[in-house]
Ligand binder design. Structure first.
Ligand SMILES: [Fe+2]
Length: 343
């Protein structure tokens, strides 16, 4: 697939844990401006990416992650090996695409998550991660670039040049997701947030489902926009690089890579950060009680203390250019959804 540009990662360096606090304002600035940031950290230890992630928000579990929230992304950790170490995992082999050397089509992480759980005595919404971090331990010998797509640019252009397509993709019910025991029903691809920004939720693999009326629109979004080199950037992370992605705005995928003599050396780690502050909800009878349905979301719960202070908050999500933003109210009014924003 054609790609806009290959970037030699970054000039931003962090040579020691003590230097972290000095570069993080610039990392936040870059994520808010272009949806992602890359910097070179001091080593490739798992603790390092965990420490960095906690600067931006609370760590969120993933069903394949270890206790600290880290998921290893490496073919060496194949489904077979992983299934030995987590016998109780109900995930099917075909869910383990991260470990293949094939292309991974660009997507939002956690599209299928939409629930509630109880944390520190409060009822908290469980949602896709706000920020996703990748740490490169070792790059592939050839290929394996991370492909990033800025949907802020995509939606800004689409509103001007193809309002009808944008309208379908802004309509609740246009897409649903299911993976394993998780289901997220009737979402728009682009959803308004409480602060006037929007967030994206999309993938096009076997986790995604559409009704007839939006099937072609979702296909067109991938064909006409996400495959367009204008919106795509490829990053070849080097050892010690850390990539920080605004998952409400920027999609990520991975280019195919070469495995020589069955010996894969590509090794990345991934960690999820929950939205900050977490979305709290109240039971109408003021009851805080675990329900069986909540248990499904234990695999994706926030693991950091709820009151933990977050030093470097990222103002994420899609913020449209003025020219596009002025078209949005008309479309939302037509859809009669101006009052049904996400919290
Ligand atoms: Fe992903």
């Amino acid at each position: 697939m054609q790609i806009t540009s290959f970037r030699k990662t970054t000039n931003l360096n962090c040579s020691s844990p003590d230097a972290l606090i000095k570069i993080l304002p610039e990392v936040v600035n870059q994520v808010e401006k272009k949806g992602f940031s890359v910097f070179s950290a001091w080593d490739t230890e798992a603790d390092t990416v965990q420490k960095i992630a906690r600067q931006f928000g609370k760590i969120m579990r993933h069903i394949r992650a270890d206790e600290s929230g880290i998921t290893t992304v490496a073919q060496g950790k194949s489904w077979h090996q992983n299934s030995n170490s987590s016998q109780n995992s109900p995930i099917e082999k075909n869910e383990y695409q991260s470990y293949d050397a094939d292309e991974v089509i660009a997507h939002t992480d956690g599209t299928f998550i939409d629930g509630m759980n109880i944390i520190d005595g409060q009822i908290v919404r469980v949602e896709p991660p706000y920020v996703v971090l990748f740490q490169c331990v070792a790059p592939a010998e050839q290929g394996g670039e991370l492909i990033l797509i800025d949907t802020q640019q995509v939606l800004s252009d689409m509103l001007v040049e193809n309002a009808q397509l944008a309208k379908i993709l802004l309509t609740p019910g246009c897409i649903s997701f299911c993976r394993d025991d998780q289901i997220a029903l009737d979402f728009p691809v682009f959803q308004q947030r409480f602060d006037g920004s929007l967030r994206v939720r999309i993938n096009c693999d076997n986790k995604a489902f559409t009704p007839d009326w939006s099937y072609e629109a979702v296909k067109r979004l991938y064909e006409e926009y996400f495959k367009n080199p204008k919106y795509r950037v490829a990053l070849k992370l080097e050892s010690k690089d850390v990539l920080v992605i605004d998952n409400y705005r920027v999609l990520h995928g991975r280019a195919v890579y070469q495995v020589y003599n069955n010996n894969n050396i590509r090794h990345h780690r991934r960690i999820w950060v929950a939205n900050e502050p977490p979305n709290l909800v109240k039971n109408l009878q003021e009851e805080v009680k675990m329900k069986r349905a909540f248990e499904t979301y234990n695999s994706y719960r926030i693991t950091s203390p709820l009151l933990e202070e977050v030093p470097f908050k990222i103002k994420g999500g899609i913020r449209l250019k003025a020219e596009s933003e002025k078209l949005l109210p008309g479309i939302l009014h037509d859809l009669n959804i101006s009052g049904s924003k996400e919290r």
